[in-house]
Design a binder for this molecule. Structure first.
Ligand SMILES: Cc1cc2nc3c(=O)[nH]c(=O)nc-3n(C[C@H](O)[C@H](O)[C@H](O)COP(=O)(O)OP(=O)(O)OC[C@H]3O[C@@H](n4cnc5c(N)ncnc54)[C@H](O)[C@@H]3O)c2cc1C
Length: 339
């Protein structure tokens, strides 16, 4: 095991982000063990942790150090009827889900095929098809960059919310997550309350899907809706679904009954940003090589040689158009790195 991370100066970041805009960083440090963290020489400039780059879009060169998390490993521990699975932050999320299904450990089936690394999953409390990470989250280990020591954080410390957490909102940049522990079950209970998933399962004629059948149904839906970033670079859903009060939603829906809306556990209403963009005719529109994916208006794609300026112009145009029509300013879901 190397005590010091490999460091690359003036590193090309293009292939390290799934949107693939051209960008460079002053320095890239490839971290493959926890022991390398205290050994990192201090840096004058900024520092940014990167996993799979599927929720990070570089819209400028990065004047600092990128910490590329490649720490690997997987352990399990029996815990009553459950099993605690600890995955190192550099493990691929989708592979972890597949491995758990293969080992008869359940609870992650709906989250299959979300791109990226395990260490980034708590950042925005990844979620899909009616499930989210926080439901299975037990604890995590992290390098606290302010105190320069390892810490363990429990679920209650992490302030998970809808696509949100302590790591994204209250303490951005403070923690480098090194491993995540999930509480999985040997007993399988399928979660098919999400409308499109339940319809997809019904279409197969299966009453009670097995874990593999459930994961396969989710994968089919995802392949149909989302472009594969290795073939058509993208960052998944480009805008967050806005959350408004019940009163605001009711007023909007009188004027725009076609808007999609879902109640949240706290009484607020989540509106479908993709439908808003679609209704305004944005599907397939482009600025240079940055385009709105024709099959799904929430996804922006890089058709080959998009520039940061193409993307930012398209994003601003969509935001203004949605704000003009519905009085709501959409926020990007991926992190746009501007400096
Ligand atoms: C096609 C596609 C589909 C997607 N579908 C979904 C979906 O269904 N649901 C969903 O929730 N998301 C989805 N996403 C978004 C993305 O996959 C997730 O947010 C994922 O968790 C990002 O992982 P990553 O390793 O690529 O993160 P990165 O882009 O590398 O990093 C994301 C953020 O996390 C921080 N970070 C990364 N690793 C660490 C670490 N170890 N410690 C501390 N901070 C860290 C980074 O600094 C950055 O702020 C999708 C993306 C794509 C491209």
């Amino acid at each position: 095991m190397k005590r010091h991370p490999e460091i690359i100066a003036n590193a090309d970041l293009t292939a390290l982000s799934t949107f693939r805009l051209p960008a460079r960083a002053t320095e890239l440090a490839i971290i493959d063990s926890i022991e390398q963290l205290p050994a990192l020489p201090p840096t004058e400039g900024d520092e940014l942790v990167l996993g799979g780059g599927s929720n990070t879009v570089f819209v400028a060169d990065y004047p600092g150090r990128i910490l590329l998390n490649r720490i690997k490993g997987l352990t399990t521990e029996e815990c009553g009827n459950d099993v605690l699975v600890t995955a190192a932050a550099g493990e691929n999320w989708h592979r972890l889900v597949r491995t758990c299904i293969d080992r008869g450990l359940h609870g992650l089936e709906n989250l299959v095929m979300i791109p990226g690394c395990v260490g980034a999953a708590p950042m925005q409390n990844i979620g899909a098809y009616g499930a989210e990470l926080s439901e299975r989250f037990e604890r995590l280990d992290a390098w606290d960059r302010s105190e320069r020591r390892m810490v363990a954080l429990e679920k209650t410390d992490c302030a998970f919310g809808y696509r949100d957490s302590l790591f994204k909102s209250a303490e951005p940049g403070r923690y480098l997550i090194t491993s995540v522990t999930l509480r999985l079950s040997r007993h399988f209970q399928s979660r098919v309350d999400y409308a499109s998933l339940s319809e997809a399962i019904q279409r197969t004629g299966i009453d009670q899907p097995t874990p593999r059948q459930l994961a396969a149904a989710v994968m089919r839906l995802r392949r149909h809706r989302l472009p594969d970033p290795t073939r058509l670079p993208n960052a998944g859903s480009f805008f967050k679904n806005p959350v408004v009060t019940k009163g605001q939603a009711e007023t909007l829906l009188i004027e725009h009954p076609q808007l999609l809306h879902w109640p949240m556990p706290d009484g607020m209403i989540k509106l479908g940003a993709g439908r808003m963009i679609e209704l305004l005719g944005w599907k397939g529109k482009s600025v240079g090589d940055a385009a709105v994916y024709p099959n799904h208006a929430l996804v922006l794609v890089n058709r080959g040689s998009a520039t940061a300026s193409d993307l930012l112009t398209l994003v601003e145009a969509i935001q203004s158009s949605v704000e003009g029509a519905y009085g709501i300013r959409l926020e990007p879901e991926p992190r746009l790195i501007k400096t």
